[in-house]
Design a binder for this molecule. Structure first.
Ligand code: 164
Ligand code: MG
Length: 374
C-alpha cells in the first residue's frame, strides 16, 4: 500500500440535543475527517476525535490539523506500507498526539481491509456479527428530566445506561435512578471531577450497585485510583488515564482499575487498541469501547473494534440517530434492542455520503507528494 493523496476536512455537525459533562456542554461537534487515497485508487476514511477545546485531553481540532499537516502526513505520503501495524513505528519520532496519529492510522486500516477483501472487523480479528451497546447521557437540568431521558432510551431498547456525575450532581442523582430503575445496568462517568479527599462521598455510591465508576479522579492519575479502588466496592473504570498498552499494564499491576474504556483516538489508533484489548484479556480485565460523539466514520471504527472477544461490556457506540439529524454515512448506524449488526462488506462497511460531507465541510485541504493543494 502507498498513500498518494490525503484530504483533511473540518466538519461542523449540530447535535440533536446538547451533551453536557463535568467540563462543559456540546451543541455543535466540529472535527476533522481524513480521506486517504492509495496508489491503486482505494479510499480509506479516518476521523479525529479531538474536540475544539482541550478539556478532555491536551489535543484539539487545530493541534490535530497542525500535527497532521506538518509531521504525520509527510511521514506517510508515498511510503510503502505492508500492514497498518507499521504506522505506529512510522510515527515513533512524534511524541503523544495520539488522536492525530489515530486519524491517519484508521484510514490506513480501512484501505488495508478493502485490499485484503475483509471487513475492518475481520481484519482486526473480530469474532462477533453483532455488538451490544449502551447509551451515554449528559448532565440534565433536573433529576426529573434525567429520569425522562433514561426512560426514553430504555424504551428505544438500550439496556445499559451511563450517566455523568460531578460534585453536586452525584449521590442524589444515582439514588433516584436506582429507585426508578432497580434492575437496569447503570454506570457513572465522573470525567475526573473528584479527588481522593472526596472518598467518603464516592463510597456512598457503593450502595447503588453501579456497574462501574468511570475516571473518578485526575485524568493523568493511576496512583490515587489504586488507593480509591481499595476503599470502593464498585469497580473503577479508567478512560482518560490510559493512553497506551504501557499505561494499561501499570494501572492493572497497581490495582488502579478493574475495567478499561478503550477509545481508539485516545490510545493512538486501532493497532494499540487491539494490543490493550489482548493484554486485558490475558489479565482477565474486561474492556468496552468508549465514545467521543463520533460521526458515522468514527462510529464504524468503534463497531469493528468492539467485535474483538474481550469487549464483553456494552460500549457507548449508540445509533447515529442518537446524535445527528443526518449522519455522513449510508446506511446510518442503527441500534435495535441495544444491538448493532456488524457490516460484513470490505473496509468500514458503510458508504460515505459525500454530498452530506461537503454540506457539513467548513474547510478542506488536500496533500499530495511535492506540496499541498487547497
Ligand atoms: O459518544 C458517546 O455517546 C459517549 C460520549 C461520552 O460519554 C464522552 C465523550 C467525551 C468525553 C466525555 O464526556 C465522555 C467520556 O468520557 O466517555
Ligand atoms: Mg469517560
Amino acid at each position: 500500500m502507498k498513500i498518494t493523496d490525503i484530504t483533511i476536512r473540518h466538519l461542523k455537525m449540530t447535535m440533536k440535543s446538547p451533551f453536557t459533562t463535568s467540563f462543559g456542554t456540546f451543541k455543535d461537534k466540529e472535527f476533522l475527517l481524513l480521506e486517504a487515497k492509495n496508489e491503486d485508487g482505494t479510499v480509506g476514511w479516518g476521523e479525529s476525535v479531538a474536540f475544539n477545546a482541550p478539556w478532555y485531553n491536551e489535543e484539539t481540532l487545530k493541534t490535530n490539523w497542525h500535527m497532521l499537516e506538518d509531521f504525520l502526513i509527510p511521514l506517510i505520503l508515498n511510503k510503502e506500507i505492508k500492514h497498518p501495524d507499521e504506522v505506529n513505528q512510522m510515527f515513533a519520532p512524534i511524541r503523544k498526539n495520539n488522536m492525530a496519529k489515530s486519524t491517519i492510522e484508521g484510514a490506513i486500516w480501512d484501505i488495508y481491509a478493502q485490499q485484503t477483501n475483509q471487513s475492518l472487523a475481520q481484519a482486526l480479528g473480530g469474532t462477533k456479527d453483532k455488538i451490544e451497546v449502551g447509551i451515554s447521557i449528559g448532565i440534565q437540568n433536573s433529576i426529573d428530566e434525567l429520569l425522562r431521558v433514561v426512560d426514553g432510551f430504555l424504551k428505544e431498547g438500550y439496556k445499559r445506561i451511563k450517566v455523568k456525575i460531578k460534585p453536586g450532581w452525584d449521590v442524589d442523582v444515582i439514588r433516584s435512578l436506582r429507585e426508578h430503575f432497580p434492575n437496569v445496568p447503570i454506570m457513572a462517568d465522573a470525567n475526573s471531577a473528584y479527588r481522593l479527599k472526596d472518598i467518603d462521598l464516592l463510597k456512598q455510591l457503593d450502595e447503588f450497585d453501579l456497574m462501574m465508576i468511570e475516571q473518578p479522579l485526575a485524568s493523568d492519575d493511576i496512583i490515587d485510583h489504586a488507593q480509591l479502588q481499595k476503599e470502593l466496592k464498585t469497580p473503577i473504570c479508567l478512560d482518560e488515564s490510559i493512553h497506551s498498552l504501557e499505561d494499561a499494564r501499570k494501572a492493572i499491576e497497581l490495582g488502579s482499575t478493574k475495567i478499561i474504556n478503550i477509545k481508539i483516538g485516545r490510545v493512538g489508533g486501532l493497532t494499540e487498541a487491539k494490543k490493550i484489548h489482548d493484554y486485558c484479556e490475558e489479565k482477565g480485565v474486561p474492556v468496552w469501547c468508549g465514545g467521543m460523539l463520533e460521526s458515522g466514520i468514527g462510529r464504524s471504527h468503534n463497531i469493528a473494534l468492539t467485535t474483538l472477544s474481550n469487549f464483553i461490556l456494552p460500549g457507548d457506540t449508540a445509533g447515529s440517530n442518537r446524535y445527528w439529524e443526518k449522519d455522513i454515512i449510508r446506511p446510518e448506524v442503527v441500534a435495535t434492542d441495544g444491538y448493532i449488526d456488524v457490516p460484513q462488506t470490505p473496509g468500514i462497511g458503510y458508504e460515505v455520503d459525500r454530498e452530506t460531507v461537503e454540506a457539513y465541510t467548513v474547510a478542506k485541504k488536500e496533500y499530495r507528494s511535492g506540496g499541498t493543494t487547497v
